[in-house]
Design a protein around this ligand. Structure first.
Ligand code: BG6
Length: 490
């Protein structure tokens, strides 16, 4: 067995990381629009005004802006997402190149603030609707199926401030109105929808990646925010199905594989509990339609009391997702023991795995982890799955021959494609694979351009200099071959 003929090969992006044009054609400000650039050692910052003065604070999950602060743009700061790779004005050229590689699908997200600039308007912004219509039509021209993330780390700034980052039930109505507008507008142009990108990242950021948040108030907010997002997602699924039976709606989980460091039963249990909190919790609610039994333990550990209504529970059950999708980059190690050999890097601080190699940003390359994840999750949910992000962030250099020989990226992707093949052979119903950052884009974690993932190089650097010219890398021609041969010619 191998990859099926109709397998959805493609690539993935997010609006705030590619589009730029952050204030064009009526677009409002999103949370990312007030986020500065960072690096491996320095966090990205949120800029705001307090008592008329411009200030900044690290963009740390759960921290948010200080009381009374209003997100604002500081003319002396650099915001990489404001121009990004200017997909807004280059989409025709970019989609043409995706088509040249033979993409069957292109994952992109819609910027909520192009459709509802503040988030609570009566009517959508026509220019925003038109932009995505043109993008989808361009995809259709080449037979590329759009895979659309409704919300990818780009909440409207206005709503985020007014409702304290999903701290209010009213956010559900705002999201549902936005999602319904999209489902109505793009019927016939889009089939696949994902409700929230990496919905579990709210929990992951608290106790993984070297973070160890202990404040119960932060957990209360995180679990309540997630509940409102689960309900918003479930209601969106129900509406999508009612509007068009062809719609396929998925969740999207940040798929990190945790391993116990030792056979100490305490490590095994700690590892299991980490899976429950970080991975299973969100997937269970979205794919099984109800809270799992261990949820009570997770809430009790941090004194969490949730606002959940009977109608919410009904919606969760009736709004189960059709497909389970996830991102996969790396694995992690969990232990209750003291360890010396730690691995640093953005999003990766933890115990070093001696069997794995690490990227320049400290991310462990672990294709077997992808096979493991696919097999565990398919067995658990029994619905079709898609890997909607996977890739290697690396520094690319233009060689003397004017080309980019990114064999390291090809190696990484090849190993992960082989892992997916093994999972398919084991019976996993895997229907698609979209590599992350099929064209170079702004890193979400660090705001850098130099952390490149693309098959297509974009001439732009960490300071915003460059011509924005596009150029295929070696991996471009390699991936074309992979798609052409249905994954045989690796
Ligand atoms: C995922 C996000 O977590 O990882 C993407 O969905 C992000 O938005 C990707 O870009 C890679 O992370 P980074 O920090 O290298 O951009």
């Amino acid at each position: 067995m191998s990859f099926p003929k109709n397998f959805l090969w493609g690539g993935a992006t997010a609006a705030n990381q590619i589009e730029g044009a952050y204030d064009e054609d009526g677009k409002g400000l999103s949370v990312t629009d007030i986020t500065t650039a960072g690096s491996l050692d320095a966090p990205r910052m949120l800029t705001y005004k307090l008592n008329g003065k411009l200030e900044k604070t690290p963009a740390i999950p759960g921290a948010g802006l200080p009381e009374g602060a209003v997100g604002a743009i500081d003319p002396n700061e650099y915001y990489p997402n404001h121009v990004a790779i200017d997909f807004y004005h280059h989409y025709k050229e970019d989609i043409k190149m995706f088509a040249e590689m033979g993409f069957k699908t292109f994952r992109l997200s819609i910027a909520w603030t192009r459709i509802f600039p503040k988030g609570d308007e009566e009517k959508p912004n026509q220019a925003g609707l038109d932009f995505y219509r043109h993008v989808f039509e361009e995809c259709k021209k080449y037979g590329i199926e759009p895979l659309v993330t409704i919300s990818h780390y780009e909440d409207p700034l206005y709503l985020s401030e007014k409702y304290h980052d999903w701290g209010d039930r009213k956010m559900i109505d705002m999201y549902v109105k936005y999602a319904t507008t999209l489902f109505e507008e793009y019927r016939g142009l889009v089939k696949y929808w994902l409700t929230f990108n990496e919905i579990n990242s709210t929990l992951l950021m608290l106790s993984s990646f070297g973070n160890n948040v202990t404040d119960d108030k932060v957990y209360q907010h995180a679990y309540q925010k997630l509940h409102y997002q689960f309900v918003a997602s479930a209601r969106a699924v129900k509406i999508a199905h009612a509007l068009d039976p062809n719609y396929v709606v998925g969740n999207m989980i940040c798929g990190i594989v945790d391993y116990p460091l030792t056979p100490d039963p305490k490590d095994i249990l700690a590892n299991r509990h980490m899976w429950e909190q970080n991975i299973f919790y969100c997937g269970d609610v979205q794919a099984k339609g109800k809270y799992p039994t261990y949820a009570k333990r997770l809430w009790n550990e941090h004194n969490v009391h949730l606002d959940i209504t009977e109608q919410d529970r009904k919606d969760l059950l009736e709004g189960k997702v059709d497909i389970y999708t996830f991102s996969y980059y790396m694995s992690n190690i969990i232990t209750t023991h003291e360890v010396k050999d730690k691995v640093g890097g953005n999003f990766a601080a933890g115990v070093k795995n001696p069997y794995l190699k690490y990227s320049e940003w400290g991310w462990a390359t672990d294709p077997d982890g992808l096979q493991y994840y696919l097999e565990v999750m398919y067995d658990r949910y029994d619905i079709p799955m898609m890997v909607v992000e996977n890739g290697l962030g690396a520094v690319d250099k233009i060689s003397d021959d004017g080309k980019i020989h990114d064999d390291y990226r090809i190696d990484y992707l090849r190993m992960h494609i082989k892992a997916m093949e093994r999972a398919i052979d084991d019976g996993v119903d895997l229907i698609g694979y979209t590599t992350w950052g099929c064209i170079d884009l702004v890193s979400a974690g660090t705001g850098q351009m130099s952390k490149r993932y693309g098959f297509i190089y974009v001439d732009r650097d960490d300071e915003g200099k460059g011509t924005l010219k596009r150029m295929p890398k070696d991996s471009f021609y390699w991936y074309k071959k992979v798609i052409e041969s249905d994954g045989k010619d690796l």
